[in-house]
Design a protein around this ligand. Structure first.
Ligand SMILES: Nc1ncnc2c1ncn2[C@@H]1O[C@H](COP(=O)(O)OP(=O)(O)OP(=O)(O)O)[C@@H](O)[C@H]1O
Ligand SMILES: [Mg+2]
Length: 484
């Protein structure tokens, strides 16, 4: 028997195939044992019952004859001598003992079959109790005895002994026991084989899934399992596995797209710096010209360093070791701070930037710097995409639950809005709706990805709703412990 190759490292007794086989074989053996043993017991008890009934019947007849017709010696002799001779199987012998154990009537041939003196001793020592006794030719007898009143009213008390030869029955039961043992031994050999086949058949899909999993690598994410013919549970496992591969493939694609985007976005400012420096160094320049070149190099370097710190932030936010520095924050005050920061650029664009004052202050345990950064990103997007004359409103509310509360921060604008087909992708890294425009305005497409990471760190989420040409509303929901 060869166990699965993948289980080579594990001891054979710890393989699933072995455990299932052992389980099937044990259960099968127990079942066969119980079925055969119970059949044997039923058979035994039925045979014993029928012998006992026969003996009781015989005793009754002899007793009745003795009590009611004590003179009918012929009838009694017939009952004892002739009836017994008529039986071919389960020969029985009756002996009637009178006073002082004098034999009065005996079935012919009884003395050849049984040691009568031993019989007399045994019935005297246990009168009324049936017992087994070996015959002179090795047969097995079942013997019972009883006292019988002679005449009515009784004149004396005789003893009736009946011995029935149950050798055939015993032989039959012994044959049954041998057959039972042979069946058990056969099952012992066959059940593990059948169990092993069943187990192999059952775990084959698992092995196929494992083989597919072993083949999967970053360059081979296309492989899938075909769950045709699999049992339902394993088909659903295969389906889960395929879905996991879909997600992995998508993540890998996103990561490679992300790397290409990073390379592209890093190359642009570096190329700009290089180009400016090369042009500047091509010939002698005036101090003002050098200052201009250095100024635009600095601008590109700032852009580069902002991009790198955004990427670093996203990488850190994804690390499971990142901890939040939660503190009690007055959210309305935080929004006022963000408004003050962006007020000047909003004013330059002719946009009104306001906060709605809540009825009561919203205090929550948050990471102030991160939430400030998330709201800042949203306001900067709103300012960039709202034309002159539009407005941006920042607001906060708190939804109190029985066990936890949720703080919501809303940034809505009356700007250009986002096209519906771009909505599912706005949180993707480096995604920009209008690439040329955003590039010109310095956007890298990381702002909303950072907002999403900050919300994930807080255990909250971000939702965006937008109508093209009407405006956009972004809602941050942050769960905070305990009712406020
Ligand atoms: N309030 C908004 N109104 C209209 N479009 C928006 C708004 N907010 C985001 N967008 C669109 O979603 C895209 C992604 O936004 P995100 O903040 O992630 O990137 P970005 O603003 O282009 O660059 P960055 O924020 O990294 O400087 C933007 O390019 C923009 O087209
Ligand atoms: Mg942005």
């Amino acid at each position: 028997m060869s166990w699965n190759a993948s289980s080579n490292a594990a001891p054979w007794w710890s393989t699933l195939a072995f455990r299932l086989t052992a389980g099937y074989a044990l259960a099968g053996l127990c079942l066969v044992f119980l079925a055969t043993a119970s059949l044997y017991l039923v058979l035994l008890s039925e045979l014993e019952k029928s012998t006992d009934l026969f003996l009781a019947d015989k005793l009754n007849v002899v007793r009745t004859l003795l009590r009611e017709r004590p003179q009918d010696w012929e009838g009694l002799r017939e009952e004892i001598e002739l009836e017994s001779a008529a039986r071919r199987y389960e020969q029985f012998y009756i002996r009637l003992l009178g006073e002082r154990s004098t034999p009065l009537l005996t079935t012919p041939g009884m003395a050849e079959q049984l040691d009568l003196s031993l019989l007399a001793r045994q019935t005297q020592s246990r009168p009324g109790h049936p017992f087994f006794m070996k015959g002179t030719h090795g047969q097995t007898f079942w013997v019972t005895s009883a006292l019988a009143e002679v005449g009515s009213p009784s004149t004396r008390t005789d003893i009736i002994e009946i011995a029935i030869d149950i050798s055939l029955r015993e032989e039959f039961l012994a044959r049954y026991r041998r057959w039972f043992l042979a069946v058990l031994l056969g099952c012992f050999a066959i059940f593990p084989l059948i169990g092993y086949q069943v187990a192999r058949h059952g775990i084959r899909p698992v092995e196929e899934i494992a083989t597919t999993a072993q083949h999967i690598s970053s360059t081979n994410l296309r492989e899938r399992i075909l769950p045709e013919g699999y049992p339902f549970e394993l088909a659903s496992l295969a389906d889960t596995f395929n879905k996991m591969l879909d997600r992995l493939e998508e993540s890998f694609e996103r990561i490679s797209r992300f790397s290409a985007d990073i390379a592209h976005d890093l190359r642009t400012p570096v190329n700009n710096i290089r180009g400016e420096a090369e042009v500047a160094l091509a010939r002698a320049r005036t101090v003002d010209e050098y200052r201009d070149v250095l100024g635009s190099c600095l601008e590109e370097a700032v852009r580069l360093s902002d991009l790198i710190s955004d990427l670093l932030f996203l990488a850190r936010a994804e690390s499971p070791l990142t901890h939040l520095h939660r503190e009690r924050v007055n959210v309305a005050e935080l929004l006022d701070g963000v408004r003050d920061y962006y007020e000047a650029s909003a004013e330059d664009g002719g946009i009104s930037l306001t906060t709605t004052a809540g009825t009561e202050p919203v205090i929550a345990e948050l990471d102030r710097t991160l939430v400030q950064r998330a709201v800042g990103n949203l306001v900067s997007n709103a300012v960039a995409h709202t034309p002159s004359g539009g407005s941006i409103v920042l607001g906060t509310t708190v939804e109190t639950g029985a066990e936890a509360s949720t703080v919501r921060i809303e940034v809505s604008d009356t700007g250009e809005g986002i096209p519906p087909d771009a909505m599912p992708r706005v949180f993707d890294r480096f995604y920009r709706v209008d690439t040329s425009r955003s590039q010109a305005s310095g956007g890298t497409g990381l702002g909303l990805a950072i907002v999403q990471s900050i919300m994930l760190l807080h255990g909250g989420d971000v939702e965006i709703a937008s109508q093209l040409g009407q405006g956009t509303r972004v809602t941050l929901s942050i769960p905070v412990s305990g009712p406020r």
